[in-house]
Write a protein that binds this ligand. Structure first.
Ligand code: LFR
Length: 516
């Protein structure tokens, strides 16, 4: 049989890439055809700084990457796109992008959740959408957007007439970023469910927009989303052929390549690629964020789950991703960025070696503390945290990195235990996927802190999860999630880490000291 080439566009908050997965002889070989930097761009705004994505640049990189794929590797039999969650573009009545695309760390949503919950109580909301509360959830962004005038606001008092020009929000279409790029490629607007589930507007049980929630948003907050949200599709749906006048990408028969709505939330693609054989696994998707959790058949919508801020995001093939956002390597990346600005040029390898040599658990912070959310000097914030909690400040770059790694592992330990308790699911093994697994110390610490065997790999989990779902959606391969995972496993470098039983007491003590 001829090898099958599948294009995967995978955009992260700090970098993007276009990959080709070549499927042959029961395994997938990856070729990267383009890699580029990404990051939020600050602009001055009313009351402070705003953060935006340069989507036109991203779009151009996607086009170049896909053209390079066909040119350098071969015709593509399918294409899938995934990005981080929650962010979106709005189309105007003619289908053109209207306005800029805000980045999820933009402070415009500060205070918005509180305002929303004053009108729609948080427990009521969680019982429907099962979503963790983060300022950046699309729902909160839309409230901020309508306040800024980007989404015309309908007040109940004026009967839904929203502006002098009469351009109501009904004339906007909201497309999450992967759906926006898919729209530009195919001309068809859809909302792929895994990413739609990060908006806060989806009924987690029904896997559809929640009509009652939309109604409440309209009547209580004047945010009218009637007609704004596109048709929901499950992951694996062929959205349509690529428009060759837009990007000349074609399959081996010379026909335009089908674009498949894959698990378009990057975390959904990463979880689809967890190379688990059984079902008693937990996972950590390690990138800018660490997403820590379990795969379930049904959402957990209990009050205890809400109080612990666990999320029920939706996965491929009817699954639920029951997980917690842990601040992740963002803190490390920002620390390194600051050190480089200060003239300190150290490679990741040197930094990891220095962390490995440092004393364990000397300084530990609550890595999920909001002080670590915004861009900036992380070492200074660690110092503040240490002083505030009566701990010694790190004395060297190695000690700072060790503090970040130890603190991440401690957060993994807590999230893992909570996920298991709240869902009632027993966990036997911990899979780690994503670029962060190149940090071997972090993998070992995750094993030690959780007491679980860690199976690390693949590093390119998101791209592989994208590729297998795209390939199956286009009818190129068959099989359930277990079969797809086997294909991923056959294609990946996997490293196992055994927990060190002697380490357990130290983690108990660190947790007690920090969290009581
Ligand atoms: C990871 C991720 C997380 C989401 C955050 C913001 O890249 O998609 O799952 O909570 O980014 O979208």
């Amino acid at each position: 049989a001829h090898p099958i080439h599948v294009g995967a566009v995978d955009l992260g908050a700090s970098s993007g890439r276009v990959m080709v997965g070549t499927i042959a002889d029961g395994r997938i070989e990856l070729t990267e055809t383009r890699r580029f930097a990404n990051g939020p761009i600050p602009l001055p705004g009313p009351g402070g700084e705003r953060l935006y994505w340069d989507v036109l640049h991203l779009w151009d990189e996607i086009r170049q990457g896909l053209l390079a794929a066909v040119r350098d590797v071969g015709p593509l039999s399918a294409v899938g796109i995934d990005t981080w969650g929650v962010d979106y573009g709005l189309l105007g009545p003619s289908g053109l992008l209207s306005g800029q695309v805000s980045a999820y760390r933009c402070p415009r949503t500060r205070g918005v959740p509180e305002e929303v919950f004053a009108a729609i109580p948080a427990p009521e909301m969680y019982s429907v959408n099962g979503l963790q509360v983060q300022d950046f959830n699309t729902l909160f962004q839309l409230v901020a957007e309508s306040r800024d005038g980007g989404l015309p606001r309908a007040t109940p008092a004026d009967g839904g007439v929203v502006s002098a020009a009469g351009a109501g929000s009904a004339q906007r279409t909201m497309l999450l970023l992967p759906d926006l790029f898919t729209y530009w490629l195919t001309g068809r607007p859809v909302a792929e469910i895994t990413n739609a589930s990060t908006t806060g507007l989806v009924d987690a049980r029904e896997r559809a927009w929640s009509a009652p929630l939309l109604e409440r948003l309209h009547t209580e907050l004047g945010v009218d989303l009637d007609g704004v949200l596109p048709e929901v599709v499950e992951a694996g749906t062929v959205v349509g052929p690529v428009r060759r006048d837009v990007v000349d990408v074609f399959d081996p028969d010379g026909r335009p390549t089908p674009v498949v709505a894959v698990g378009s939330h990057d975390t959904a693609s990463a979880v689809a690629a967890v190379p688990a054989a059984g079902s008693d696994f937990a996972y950590i998707s390690c990138g800018t964020w660490s997403l820590v959790g379990l795969e379930l058949d049904a959402p957990v919508l209990t009050e205890a789950s809400r109080a612990a801020n666990f999320t029920n995001e939706l996965g491929v093939d009817g699954t639920v991703r029951y997980l917690k956002n842990v601040m992740g390597l963002w803190v490390f990346n920002e620390a390194v960025r600051t050190w480089r600005e200060q003239g300190l040029e150290l490679s990741y390898r040197e930094l990891d070696a220095a962390a490995e040599a440092a004393d364990p658990l000397r300084t530990v912070v609550d890595i999920n503390d909001p002080v670590f959310f915004n861009p900036g000097d992380m070492a200074a914030r660690i110092d503040d945290f240490a002083i505030r909690t009566g701990q010694p400040r790190p004395r060297s770059v190695g000690e700072y990195v060790r503090c970040i790694d130890d603190s991440l592992a401690l957060a993994y330990r807590r999230a893992m235990r909570e996920a298991s308790e709240l869902s009632g699911k027993r966990v036997g093994v911990l899979h780690m996927v994503g670029g962060g697994i190149s940090n071997r110390l972090l993998c070992q610490l995750a094993a030690d802190a959780t007491g679980l065997k860690v199976v690390a790999g693949p590093a390119e989990g998101t791209a592989l999860g994208n590729i297998v779902v795209a390939a199956r959606g286009a009818g190129l391969i068959e099989g359930d999630l277990t079969a797809l995972r086997k294909l991923v496993r056959n294609s990946s470098d996997i490293t196992e880490y055994a927990p060190d039983p002697a380490a357990a007491a130290g983690w108990d003590a660190a947790e007690r000291q920090l969290f009581g």
